[in-house]
Design a protein around this ligand. Structure first.
Ligand SMILES: Cc1cc2nc3c(=O)[nH]c(=O)nc-3n(C[C@H](O)[C@H](O)[C@H](O)COP(=O)(O)O)c2cc1C
Length: 169
């Protein structure tokens, strides 16, 4: 798919079919994540993939929306602070690295006809408990991974002029 078409096609999917995601497709999505760039190539992330089947109640305590557990898979991207690059003014880039990984996942999934929805508003304590995430690893973003059941809405975005400034052009 043309890249800009892919970008336009991706949307936050908030209803999923219960049909399984093929192993090959999951591996392609994870390979995209593995190949994501990171600051100083530290790759300070871990990816947890979990099946929702038979774990719906537990997973709902992480993010209490029915659609979160409709998809067959849920992915959590964690940051490993001790491995992350920090600029000399102490600016930390862990969140940026994790965001890029998630972005690669969402776009690769879209390319394969799959849906995702990036989730930050989850319960960290429950996520740690249910997914056995140790203290030195920080769960930062979740997404379900499955086939969309809903349709994209209209993309609401700021105008180009509000977002871009050409300086010394
Ligand atoms: C860092 C980040 C955190 C987000 N957290 C949530 C969330 O907790 N719950 C949710 O439903 N959507 C969440 N979203 C999805 C955004 O609401 C969505 O991307 C935005 O409204 C644009 O819509 P679109 O993805 O359909 O283009 C998050 C997106 C990002 C990038």
């Amino acid at each position: 798919m043309d890249f800009i078409e892919l970008v336009k096609k991706r949307y936050s999917v908030r209803a999923y079919k219960s049909v399984p995601v093929e192993k090959e497709k999951l591996l392609k999505v994870l390979e995209a994540a593995r190949l994501a760039p990171s600051a100083s190539n530290r790759q300070p992330f871990q990816i947890i993939v979990t099946k929702t089947r038979r774990k719906k109640a537990k997973l709902l305590s992480i993010y209490p929306r029915d659609w979160f557990v409709q998809a067959p898979l849920v992915i959590c991207i964690c940051g490993v602070k001790d491995n992350a690059w920090v600029r000399k003014d102490n600016r930390e880039y862990l969140d940026v690295d994790v965001a890029i990984v998630m972005d690669y996942i969402t776009l690769a999934a879209t390319d394969l006809g799959l849906g995702t929805c990036i989730i930050a508003a989850f319960d960290v304590v429950n996520a740690r408990k249910i997914l056995s995430i140790p203290d030195e690893v920080e769960p930062i973003l979740f997404t379900p991974l499955g086939y969309p059941e809903d349709l994209p809405g209209i993309k609401k975005r700021k105008k180009m002029e509000e977002l871009v400034r050409y300086e010394h052009w």
